[in-house]
Design a protein around this ligand. Structure first.
Ligand code: 13P
Length: 250
């Protein structure tokens, strides 16, 4: 039985005081939840957030990292830098990074391998564009992205990896995939993992849905067979709404 995981991706939002207030507000609901709760916060909020989540069940993640250990990479943050302050998760390959910051399947894979070897748990994002969807390429795109992201990842490491299926056309648009569509895409991803790692591993890997998830549509998504929670953007910026989503995942 897979546990649901609700992760907030704050993107480029929230100052440290807002982050601390938010965490204090949702802590009671997160502490009594059966699902895992993760907040992926901007770099400048990490330290404050990590201090604030002490004695709560909330986990903290970053939204990106570099694959090199150190060196002349102005403006970048390494996996070691995140690990040494006790960050537990890191989003890798979000579509906004693929779209605006030239991230490719190759750099995603390098980051995934580096994260794992450093002891960070990657949340790997995959998803198709509207054009790809309309051309009937969804299955090909999401299975290819999944396979490439996981190249070189060992079987035993899959229990420290989360996959997030985020159709790009559903991100920040208010258009959610129907629960049935999202569930079918997630089944395809699970099948691809089964081809590489076998059924036992595929049955255990956590695969979330992301894309305009909110308090009103989350329950239907969570009632499906294969959707193991959500990666939430906009609705993770409002404590009361995020709490509702956590409650729905119980
Ligand atoms: P929205 O929930 O704002 O559509 O964003 C989804 C997302 O990109 C989470 O990573």
């Amino acid at each position: 039985m897979r546990k649901k995981v609700i992760a907030g991706n704050w993107k480029m939002n929230m100052l440290p005081n807002e982050a601390m207030n938010f965490i204090n507000a949702i802590a009671p609901v997160a502490n009594s939840a059966n699902c895992e709760v993760i907040l992926c916060v901007p770099y400048t909020d990490l330290f404050y957030s990590l201090l604030t989540v002490q004695d709560t069940k909330i986990k903290i993640g970053a939204q990106n990292m570099h694959w090199e250990e150190k060196g002349a990479y102005t403006g970048e943050i390494s996996a070691e830098m995140l690990k040494c302050i006790n960050v537990e998760y890191v989003i890798i390959g979000h579509s906004e990074r693929r779209q605006y910051f030239a991230e490719t399947d190759e750099t995603v894979n390098k980051k995934v391998l580096k994260a794992i070897h450093t002891g960070l748990k990657p949340i790997i994002c995959v998803g198709e564009t509207l054009e790809q969807r309309e051309n009937g390429e969804t299955s090909f795109i999401i299975t290819t992205q999944t396979r490439k992201a996981l190249e070189g990842v060992e079987k035993e490491q899959l229990n420290n990896i989360i996959i997030a299926y985020e159709p790009i056309w559903a991100i920040g648009t208010g258009k959610t995939a129907t629960a049935e569509d999202a569930n079918n895409s997630i089944k395809e991803i699970r099948k691809e993992i089964e081809k590489i790692y076998g059924k036992d591993i595929a049955d255990c890997v956590i695969i979330q849905y992301g894309g305009s998830v909110n308090k009103d549509n989350c329950q239907e998504l969570f009632n499906t067979s294969d959707i193991d929670g959500a990666l939430v953007g906009g609705a993770s910026l409002k404590a009361s709404e995020f709490e509702e989503i956590i409650r729905s995942a119980n």
